[in-house]
Design a binder for this molecule. Sequence first.
Ligand code: DMJ
Length: 475
Amino acid sequence: MTMKPLAALCLAFSLWLAPHAATAATATSASPPAKNEAAPVTDAEAARLAARVKAETRHAWRGYWRYARGHDDLKPLSNAGRDWYAQSLLMTPVDALDTLLLMGLDKEAAQARELIVSRLSFDRDLDVQNFEITIRLLGGLLSGYQLSGDARLLELAEDLGRRLLPVFDSPTGLPYTHVNLRTGKTSGKVSNPAETGTLLLEFGMLGKLTGKPEFYDKAKRALVETYERRARDTGLVGAAIDVETGQWTDTDAHIGGGIDSYYEYLYKCWRLFGDADCKRMWEGSIGGVNRYLADEVRQGELWYGHADMRDGRRTRTRYGALDAFMPALLALGGDLERARRLQDSGLKMWRLHGIEPESLDYAKMEVLSPGYALRPEIVESAYYLHHYTGDARYRAMGREFFEDFVRHTRTRSGFAALSDVRSKEKKDSMESFVFAETFKYFYLLFSPKGALDFDAVTFNTEAHPLRPAPGAGNK
Ligand code: DMJ
């Protein structure tokens, strides 16, 4: 393995944690307070909220450790472990590690790291979903490595990356959805842009850190091949694509699950790697998204709905918890006006039942999918907007999200998804992204800027912060 000298990595931690003048928020014209806007969060209250987030993260970790140690997830109602496949791949410890490190939960971080390095093996006869394994495990191992300097995490990441590589061996270069970790046998030829286009941050970073460009090049080709199949008239991509023929099998265009992070990575691979092709693809896409998917209802409420990718014809007025990442991406891309307006709509979605549903019809304000999977996206957007605008209302929003989150989902051992936001009935599920994302974004929203240097990192779609590999150079 070609590795950069450890010293050159600087163990990243001290660099990331240094307060950074360049990140000082730029105040822009604040939007008018909503009628029932809560009192602003003072710095002292923000510090107390950050401490509470840390305490709740510790609570969830202790539940996992006591009842589900060694399994992928905790079942927070029955207090038992759950695995995605026949054997555990330690989803929760890997997803949680960087959050525990960032929060200074040293004992818990040491527990997670020890479990990973002593127990995690990818030499398993398991057909795994490339996308989920990449964003959670590959992303988590890489950020864990960059934060801790523990070379064993990079070794695990390289072993995993190598076992995932066969997914790209399709006639088009678009990845199959599944691969057997031991045999390399691939399956799943109908995929979607999120699964074909949300790989470059992780594989690219692995390529930079190991000095093996094959990782970067294959994931980049998958992203480019997805982009090249956008509709010429609208620039939009659809909901399902056959990776062997390259033909769309579903032309429904939107920014929700199955497409969402494709757009995110077009921008972020430019941000992280300085890859000019990514910038070009982002610029060739965001205009169509704003033109055909953005929608206005009532008095100028901004939402993003569904349209047919071929002609941009509106098909559905549907928005949900996953779509709520979009204000963060708009803010990152410099469009604070749309970002603010869309986040205000997200707040309306949240307030409809005191916690957001998986999806709703925003024209009728009716719930379409009533569950709440403890998703982070709306918190992520509050964090980005607070970072870029310095507007205190985003911390007030975050406080409201956090209080509701704890009130409705906390259990004796952790936090439980809701099967219905109207009744608040709980479900025996606590996905690992609660650690990787939901708690991390709450914590960063309430923490002083020095907690993490936003400008020095790019979050993968699972909120694993990645920073440019020293000396790797840009494409
Ligand atoms: C996460 O696994 C990632 O954020 C992904 O991009 C979408 N969904 C979940 C969290 O909601």
